[in-house]
Design a protein around this ligand. Sequence first.
Ligand code: 5GP
Length: 182
Amino acid sequence: MQKLFVISGSSGVGKGTVIKEFLKKHPNFKLSVSCTTRPKRDGEVHGVNYFFLSREEFEKCIENDEFLEWAEFSGNHYGTKKEFVENCLKNGENLILEIDTKGALNVKRLMPDSVLIFIAPPSIEELEARLRGRHTETEEAIQRRMASIKLEIENSKHFDYKVVNDKVENAVKQIENIIFAK
Ligand code: 5GP
């Protein structure tokens, strides 16, 4: 049985870029495709980035106990289908889930062999300064984002590993060290 790796990190820490770089170097790893009720962003493709579901469809999946875990994030539902994960692992694929910290802790409870990796910003002060520097969000939105980042950092204390994303290459190297040491 292959290993299941769960990677979480607050928005703005460049988690997506780190995972993309890792996958480019290691094409034998697969990224899980989650379901979400949030609207599709430009360039996103159903079945590739997410399975985009209506609220009703998502609720039906909850009722039918189809999710390994699901969570509400910024007013939208996100969930990982049991069937997707089980099929990948059955086929001997190495799987990475990119989900929030709450979801990650739920996966760990259900699948204790999974390995949780948290991607942290070099400093929260720097992250806050970066968010403010963009001048794209209101003060209220920044405060909300910072509160959620602090909560994610708090949850990450229960993770197996923490990787500080000071530079993408360094973060990828650290993830390789964790994954290939297993
Ligand atoms: P975004 O809307 O930016 O794609 O994702 C928002 C957040 O939802 C990110 O922190 C992402 O990791 C998380 N997320 C994506 N898919 C899932 C999932 O299946 N379950 C959980 N719990 N979180 C998810």
